[in-house]
Design a protein around this ligand. Structure first.
Ligand code: GLA
Length: 376
């Protein structure tokens, strides 16, 4: 009897030890995702951390096609907008999930002068240049490979943009690393070098909906750590003014549902069809400064954003108009997704009082942004 008990106890201890060892492992896998019109193949990578959070990233555009994070009951759901397959992205995409370059946001009239030379860029947004042009970094096939990192899994994406591409001077060699950490953070680290003086402003254009498309984003509660924003003209180019947010619909400093003031009578909201503006972040001595948080009360999902960039564009999905049917046959209507794009100010190449966006040979453009997921 005593022996039986001892054996029983030993089995329990062994079982417990095995269960301990079976903690989920982080992984990075890849699979073919389709062929581009020029014959290049596109690969889809899946990064999974030890907690089961996962993201799918394809080489085309460095596009994040899915990001699965838990709600407060631990249920993993996809919180980003996009398509089920490559064809959707090739047909028409308002930059879903994509890397944006060489210059995130707008440059007035598609031109700027650097060292007394005027450069003419592609005008792809009325008379302005938007998000790097007709074939920006969102529409090129990046070279991708896993990167070894401590405490998570990471994918490196690189692309060499030829001198003159979309009108920009200099060969720009860019590397972006997406890390999914075991602390449930998605980190985006950007690096670029050039062989001629040029301008650079890289960002990431994921559309988030923390309800996983059960509702629009108007009840998402947004905090922006930004005491001022950049008013724009009717073509969404900053006027040059830094306007305090106090007593305006643009005040998200203490947090509020996105829908609270979005329909207020306000010229800036009329120009943007809602929020489509760049907020100037409160400065701090931290390298990664708290920029924003989004909380969705039904699922309990919280996303916090930390960045080295001086500003953040908040776009409330105003141009989504029901013409796109995305993943899982969901129709994307106005305000079904939101973008929070960390960046330098729009049109900086033409507005010398704005923080510098010029990169010279011998320098390395280096910046990073972290999105941390949790629940409350
Ligand atoms: C950015 C711009 C918006 C819009 C979207 C894409 O965020 O600021 O005006 O062009 O991209 O539709």
């Amino acid at each position: 009897m005593k022996n039986r008990n001892t054996l029983f106890l030993a089995l329990i201890i062994l079982g417990f030890a095995c269960a301990q060892q079976e903690a989920p492992k982080a992984s990075l896998t890849s699979a073919p995702f389709g062929i581009l019109p020029n014959g290049d193949s596109v690969t889809l990578f899946t990064l999974t951390n030890v907690n089961g959070l996962s993201m799918d990233v394809m080489t085309y555009g460095g596009i994040v096609t899915a990001l699965r994070v838990p709600d407060r009951d631990g249920k993993l759901e996809d919180v980003v907008l996009g398509y089920d397959n490559l064809d959707g992205y090739l047909e028409s995409s308002p930059y879903f999930g994509a890397l944006i370059g060489r210059y995130g946001n707008r440059i007035a009239d598609g031109r700027f002068t650097l060292d007394s030379v005027e450069y003419t860029l592609v005008q792809n947004n009325g008379k302005n240049h938007l998000h790097g042009g007709t074939v920006g970094f969102d529409k090129v096939n990046w070279t991708a490979a896993p990167v070894e990192v401590e405490g998570g899994v990471a994918l490196g994406l690189s692309y060499v943009s030829a001198d003159g591409e979309e009108g920009y001077p200099g060969t720009l060699t860019t590397q972006v690393i997406y890390t999914l950490s075991n602390e449930d953070e998605w980190k985006v680290s950007y690096e670029a070098t050039t062989d001629q003086r040029t301008v650079v402003n890289l960002t990431q254009h994921t559309y988030f909906n923390l309800t996983s498309m059960k509702e629009d984003i108007l009840n998402h509660e947004l905090v922006l750590n930004a005491p001022s924003f950049l008013p724009v003209d009717s073509t969404l180019i900053p006027t040059g003014e830094l306007r305090p947010v106090a007593d305006t619909p643009f005040d998200f400093t203490s947090g509020k549902p996105i829908g609270r003031d979005i329909m207020k009578e306000n010229t800036q909201l009329t120009y943007g069809l809602g929020f489509d503006h760049c907020w100037v972040l409160e400065k701090s001595d931290k390298k990664l400064n708290f920029a924003a948080s989004v909380y969705e009360p039904v699922s309990g999902r919280l996303m916090e954003i930390f960045t080295e960039e001086p500003a953040i564009q908040f776009y409330s999905g105003n141009f989504l108009d029901g013409s796109i049917t995305g993943k899982n046959s969901k129709v994307y209507n106005q305000r079904n997704g939101l973008c929070l794009e960390t960046q330098h100010y729009p049109d900086s190449p033409n507005q010398p009082q704005f923080p510098n966006v010029v990169l010279s040979p011998g320098e390395t453009y280096r910046t990073s942004t972290v999105m941390k997921f949790s629940t409350k």
